[in-house]
Structure formats: structure tokens, C-alpha cells
Write a protein that binds this ligand. Structure first.
Ligand SMILES: C[S@@+](CC[C@H](N)C(=O)[O-])C[C@H]1O[C@@H](n2cnc3c(N)ncnc32)[C@H](O)[C@@H]1O
Length: 481
């Protein structure tokens, strides 16, 4: 995207993702809204320190945005992540009214939300957590969450959950892990009074009120129903049902609990040749080493999808760095108007959906690369101060998006960016220190924990492997220069 555009995030929180995008799209004008003053001041400080000037943060509720006319711009993009099904119905109405008022014709909305039927079996657990929490002071807090979960675990041990036992036990098992790893997420997920998972068709009807039509799900597997190996769905798909109803059918097949959807306001349908010519302008590359790519896609609930004959050649080719689509086609001997071309696009789309492949257009100028580097170092500072270990993404100026980094990979990338060297020998002492300080539980391949006397060798081997396999990819992504 080269033309200027306006981008609004409703409920931007600490502003991590909006700052990512603003740092790598200098032609965009970004606005983040949140009513939490500490989030807004955090987000502003991050932008200031990274030298991101094309961003503005507004501390206001959605209601105030409407009534006080705090924004007089129209937007090409309005995004909401982790907001819509965590607020009351009245607030959802406000969101729809903001979209109605502020989205340009031709504009796009990204919205994520908790979805039915996936949440159905565990909804009673959320309710129990909420009602338990209401019995204590500091209702919506980390401390209260821990107390409530301890009490619920006791109930479980005493055989309390008989109805829906299997689903509730499975969910409690997951919650116990998150209790140590990410308690703040649990507060966000389970302690909102307005929390209400929705069916796709309800969200789609809300969007229609703002004159929006469904375009696609960001889970690109949803765009390829032919891959879902369920006979009944295949038959239903051939019926003359609406696009919306077909998505709902997919949600029943996948038992979807979370959706990320794109809606558009008067966005014309794209033709095959327009889509192909846009794709031909892009380059594709791996975001992880080839050895981490599953050679068989998992398509729930159909099991594994057999990869095409050229799959491994494709992976090897794009592991070398960003490759234009036409070069990939030449390399694999695929013609534009063939069914193989569609299979290639589908394969790339599924890999993008799994965050294993990124697309790159033209490379940004040095200033953008420098802003991204500064932002990545600020994330380290935040991580050092808060020790939250939940900033899982670093920004790639070439892919112009966040790329997921597991904890050791991220620390190694930060040490390299901070100039501590780029050999395993130089990095090992810093990484060992980090592991000890943070009490990170490392596991060997056989899933047994790494003992203290094994730490040095384990970390050395890890660093060597990451430097050999991941570092070239980080360079391709422009994260390490
Ligand atoms: C879970 S956070 C999501 C943050 C961010 N979008 C992300 O993905 O990391 C939801 C955010 O919405 C904000 N929020 C909730 N209701 C709001 C309202 N009525 N007006 C403005 N902000 C609101 C909260 O303060 C919170 O920061």
C-alpha cells in the first residue's frame, strides 16, 4: 500500500500493535482510542521514544467519541481486537455508530470476537468465575482472579463439575497453565461484566446496520471450504444459502470459539485478474526455518491435507528470502491460468494464516527501518521493566507487520540488536543469566526439564541452532540488519 490512508483502532490498549503499524507505514495517519488513561500514556510514550510521529492517541470512551465529536476524520480502516464481545450491548451499539459515522465508503473493518458455538460448553465456568469474584473486594483484579481460581480448583477436586465435565475439566487445565504464564489474560477473558460470545450471524447483522458486508475471515482456511473434508458441509455449500449462513455452517464444523473477520463498506468484489495482478506484485518469504513447517496442513476437523507435489520445493525456494510470485511460478513450473496456480495461492494463503509465511512488497526506506529497530528495542525495555514475557511479537519493517518470537528467540534477537555479539559463545552468558533471572522453565526434546548443571550446554546448543537457522530469516525480515 503506497497511497496515504487513515487508520483508527478502537480500544487500542497499550498501543503495541498500532505503534507497530504506524512505524512501518509512514504514509498512514494512525489514531488509537482507549478510555484507560494509563494505557494511553503508555502508548504515547512508546510512540515518542520510537520517533513515530504519524500517530495520535485519544483518551476517551466510545460514547465520548460520538457525543463530543472528538474525531472529525473519516477512516479507510477501523480495527477492533479483543474488544467487541468484552463490552456491554450499549457499548457495542456505540461501536457500530462510530463505524457508521467514521468509515469511508470503500473502507474496511477488522474485528475479532469470541464466537459461538465454540464457547458454549465453558460459558458456565466464566459465569461462575464472575459470580465468585463478585463475592470479594477488588473484584476485577489479578489478586482476586488467583483467589477465585484457587477456590474453583478446590471445587473441581471435590467432584463439583458433573455437567459438561469433560469440557470444563479441559478448560480448567488450560486455565491452570495460564494462571502462572499469563494471569492478566485470564482477567481480561473471564472477568468482564459485558462478556458475551456471539454467533457470526449476529455480528454480521450488527455490521449491516453500518452498511458493511462480510468480505472474508482472516483465518484463511475459512475461505477454502473445498478443503474441509466433511461431506455434509460440501453438500450444504452447494445450496443457494447466503455467504453469512455458509460462514455459520463453517463455525459449527470447526466449533469456532474466536473469529477475526473483515467487513467492507461498498467494497467492490475483486476479479480474478485484479487479484492475480495484485499478488504478482508481491514477494513471499518464510518467517520460520523450513524445518519448522509442517509438510501436511492440519484442517480441522478433516485431519491432514496432503501437500502438493511441489510443496517442499516451494518451501526451500522461499526460505532463501523474499521471492516474487512470478519467480516462484517459474521455479515450480506453474502457469497463471492453471488449477495449479490456484493451488499455489491457496497453499501460500494457508501458510500466511499459520504465520509461517509473510508477504513483502517494496522495501521501506532507511528511516522506517530505523524506527522499527528502535521500537523493537523499546519492547525489550518494557519486557525488562515489567518482566511480563508476553510481548510475543517484534516488528518487521519488510513484512510491515509483527512476527511472533518465542521467548529465547526474542531474547537472542534483542541481545544481537543491543550489540552483544552474534556468536553462540558471546551470547550464552547473557541468555543463561536471563533464564535464571526470569526462572524460565526450559525443556529438553523428551519434555524433561533442563537441570541447572545442564543449562550452559543446552543454551549453547540452542543459540547455535537459532543463529544458524533463524538469524538468516530475521535478516530477510529486516528485524536484524
Ligand atoms: C483487551 S484490550 C485490547 C487491547 C488491544 N486492542 C490489543 O489487542 O492488545 C480492550 C481495550 O478496550 C478498552 N475499552 C473497553 N471499553 C471501552 C470503551 N467503552 N471506550 C474506550 N475503550 C474501551 C479497554 O480499556 C482495553 O484497553
Amino acid at each position: 500500500m503506497q497511497e496515504p490512508f487513515n487508520y483508527l483502532e478502537l480500544g487500542c490498549g497499550n498501543g503495541v500493535s498500532i505503534n507497530f503499524f504506524a512505524s512501518v507505514y509512514p504514509q498512514g495517519n494512525f489514531v488509537g482510542v482507549d478510555f484507560n488513561p494509563s494505557h494511553i500514556s503508555f502508548a504515547r510514550a512508546m510512540a515518542k521514544e520510537a520517533g513515530i510521529a504519524n500517530i495520535q492517541f485519544i483518551e476517551a470512551s466510545f460514547g465520548e467519541i460520538l457525543s463530543d465529536k472528538k474525531i472529525d476524520t473519516e477512516f479507510d480502516f477501523i480495527v477492533l481486537h479483543g474488544v467487541y464481545t468484552w463490552v456491554s450491548r450499549e457499548v457495542r451499539k456505540e461501536i457500530i455508530n462510530i463505524i457508521k459515522k467514521l468509515l469511508k465508503p470503500g473502507g474496511i473493518v477488522y474485528i475479532s470476537y469470541n464466537t459461538l458455538p465454540g464457547w458454549t460448553p465453558v460459558m458456565p465456568l466464566q459465569r461462575l468465575i464472575m459470580e465468585y469474584a463478585a463475592q470479594f473486594p477488588h473484584r476485577k483484579s489479578v489478586k482476586n482472579m488467583v483467589e477465585v481460581l484457587n477456590k474453583i480448583e478446590l471445587l473441581e477436586q471435590r467432584g463439583f463439575f458433573k455437567l459438561n465435565e469433560e469440557a470444563l475439566k479441559a478448560r480448567l487445565g488450560k486455565i491452570k497453565k495460564q494462571k502462572t504464564a499469563n494471569i492478566r489474560y485470564l482477567v481480561h477473558e473471564y472477568m468482564h461484566t459485558g462478556w458475551e460470545p456471539l454467533y457470526f450471524c449476529d455480528v454480521s447483522r450488527d455490521m449491516k446496520e453500518a452498511k458493511l458486508e462480510f468480505i472474508c475471515s482472516c483465518d484463511l482456511a475459512f475461505s477454502f471450504p473445498a478443503l474441509v473434508n466433511v461431506d455434509i458441509l460440501q453438500k450444504l455449500y452447494q445450496e443457494e444459502y447466503s455467504v453469512e449462513f455458509k460462514q455459520l455452517l463453517m463455525d459449527f464444523v470447526f466449533n469456532t470459539a474466536f473469529r477475526k473477520d473483515i467487513f467492507g463498506k461498498g467494497v467492490p468484489k475483486i476479479t480474478f485478474s485484479a487479484a492475480a495482478s495484485a499478488l504478482l506484485k508481491r514477494k513471499f518469504m518464510l518467517t520460520v526455518p523450513a524445518k519448522e513447517i509442517d509438510t501436511e496442513f492440519i484442517i480441522v476437523p478433516a485431519g491432514k491435507l496432503k501437500p502438493e507435489a511441489w510443496f517442499e520445493s516451494l518451501i526451500k525456494f522461499i526460505e532463501q528470502g523474499p521471492k516474487p510470485l512470478n519467480e516462484i511460478m517459474q521455479n515450480l513450473n506453474i502457469n497463471l491460468y492453471s488449477t495449479e496456480f490456484r493451488a499455489l495461492v491457496r497453499t501460500l494463503a494457508l501458510l500466511i494464516s499459520q504465520e509461517k509465511v509473510a508477504t513483502v512488497s517494496e522495501l521501506p526506506d532507511r528511516e522506517v527501518q530505523e524506527r522499527a529497530r528502535r521500537l523493537n528495542m523499546i519492547l525489550k525495555k518494557i519486557d525488562d521493566v515489567f518482566m511480563v514475557a508476553n510481548i510475543l511479537y517484534l516488528v518487521s519493517p519488510f513484512a510491515r507487520t509483527g512476527v511472533e518470537f518465542p521467548v529465547l528467540h526474542r531474547q537472542i534477537a534483542w541481545e544481537i540488536l543491543g550489540g552483544r555479539g552474534a556468536s553462540a559463545e558471546e551470547l550464552v552468558p547473557y541468555i543463561c543469566n536471563f533464564v535464571k533471572q526470569r526462572k524460565i522453565r526450559l525443556e529438553k526434546e523428551d519434555n524433561t526439564p533442563v537441570q541447572e548443571n545442564e543449562l550452559g550446554n543446552f543454551v549453547h546448543e540452542k543459540c547455535r541452532d537459532i543463529l544458524e537457522n533463524n538469524l538468516p530469516i530475521w535478516k530477510n525480515l529486516g528485524i536484524i540488519v
